[in-house]
Design a binder for this molecule. Structure first.
Ligand SMILES: *Cc1c(COP(=O)(O)O)cnc(C)c1O
Length: 414
């Protein structure tokens, strides 16, 4: 920081505190990651101020020569990375991307089926508290409470009965792979569009570590800042036949000028995601998630579905007679950042929950491996078991800082 401390010392101080929080805590939020410095440089670049309503070659502002080159480059990279016909990189967020897909091909009141929030879905998939449920008529499928995996029979029966115009696949806290081919078949049977929201897992897909929904879905949406390790923002991929509708719905339909600085960051993130180092990181992210699942099971915790096939593990704390809110608070007090999360069939309210969601992306990005995962679970267990014992918690805290200092996030990168 060169100018901020002088122009605004208060904000500069909060930024500095956040830097030390990031360095000295373990980030296990499955929706977060540490982005490379080059992504921050792109986000903080001169492109922060350019207005550029429209698309390359068809802008409603002058002076867009460089903006056009930037958006074209970013688009080409996105299409190449995911093997998509068309990419729209202008959505400001994952929710904006989903809203744009709904409004591009559906009418207000159209029928949609999606995964329920309490079984791992996302707010923007028609939860009662989301604007999406006020515009469209949603019905929800869930997981089989026995296997805790998506009940495709239920999806199929619901589709036959409800005749949706769109089926949404994708989740925020589902530790297993989704059978996109099967979802596409169910959608085809009822002539519904298939939208796959791969916000959490886009990095794993980009690396080829898990199957891609792109060949099976009409639309794919995602965010760039989760496993993909870029900055904040949303993306829509779709088949060529839908591209005009998506273009028009984003601009002028739902947004004005795109954030060109975020577009620059997306371009950088896609370039980095094509490198072998990125693929190795995504592989490690999955290995570390599997190591988390094993370590929790070894310590007597029940893990939802018994394991994981992606970057996250859902831990059922009922096996320790504890609720998610208490665990989240105890863990934060020792510098381990997780979120409480409802688990399938959860008897607790969403503010309380019976579970925590544990993600491996950020600790993998700072270079940690399976040995460190074992140490982290040991520290977590100590904090959870001793959540009423300040002396024990202080000891765990010291262990967390020690571990963090051995794996700096940004300091070593200069
Ligand atoms: C995180 C997430 C989103 C929302 O992304 P925002 O950038 O916060 O709007 C959408 N869908 C799913 C499945 C997500 O996990």
């Amino acid at each position: 920081m060169h100018y901020l401390p002088e122009h605004d010392p208060e904000v500069a101080e909060i930024v500095r505190l956040e830097e030390s929080r990031i360095e000295d805590t373990l980030d296990l939020i499955a929706a977060e990651n540490h982005a490379p410095r080059s992504v921050f440089e792109a986000q903080g670049s001169i492109f922060s101020t350019k207005a550029a309503e429209g698309y390359p070659g068809r802008r409603f502002h002058a002076g867009c020569r460089n903006a056009d080159a930037l958006e074209e480059l970013a688009n080409e990279r996105a299409r190449h990375l995911f093997g998509a016909d068309y990419a729209n990189l202008q959505p400001h967020s994952g929710v904006s991307a989903n809203l744009a897909v709904y409004f591009a091909v559906l009418d207000v009141g159209s029928r949609i089926i999606s995964m329920k929030l309490s079984h791992g879905g996302h707010l923007s998939h028609g939860d009662a508290s989301s604007i999406t449920s006020k515009c469209f008529d949603f019905r929800h499928y869930g997981v089989d409470l026995e296997t805790e995996r998506i009940d495709y029979g239920e999806v199929s029966a619901l589709a036959d009965d409800f005749k949706p115009h769109m089926i949404v696949a994708g989740a925020s806290s589902y530790p297993r792979l989704i059978d996109y081919e099967r979802m596409a078949g169910i959608a085809q049977n009822v002539s519904a569009y298939l939208l796959v929201d791969m916000a959490h897992i886009a990095g794993l897909v980009a690396a080829g570590e898990i199957p891609s929904p792109v060949p099976h879905a009409d639309f794919v949406t995602f965010t760039t800042y989760k496993t993909l390790q870029g900055g904040r923002g949303g993306v829509i991929l779709c088949r060529q036949e839908h591209c005009q509708k998506i273009r028009r719905t984003i601009f002028p339909g739902a947004q004005g000028t795109p954030s060109l600085n975020m577009l620059a960051a997306k371009a950088v993130c896609f370039k980095l995601a094509m490198k072998p180092e990125f693929r190795a990181l995504q592989k490690k992210t999955m290995e570390n998630a599997a190591a988390f699942a094993d370590a929790f099971v070894e310590k007597g915790y029940r893990v939802v579905t018994g394991g994981t096939e992606n970057h996250l593990v859902m831990v059922d704390l009922r096996s320790k007679d504890l609720t998610g809110d208490i665990a989240e608070e105890a863990l934060e007090s020792v510098g381990i950042i997780v979120n409480r999360n409802v688990i399938p069939g959860d008897p607790q309210k969403p503010e309380v929950t019976s579970g925590i969601r544990v993600g491996s992306p950020a600790i993998s990005s700072r270079g940690m491996g399976q040995k460190e995962v074992g140490q982290i679970v040991e520290l977590m267990d100590q904090a959870i078991v001793n959540h009423r014992n300040p002396d024990a918690l202080e000891q765990v805290s010291a262990g967390v800082v020690d571990l963090c200092r051995s794996f700096p996030v940004y300091i070593s990168q200069g």
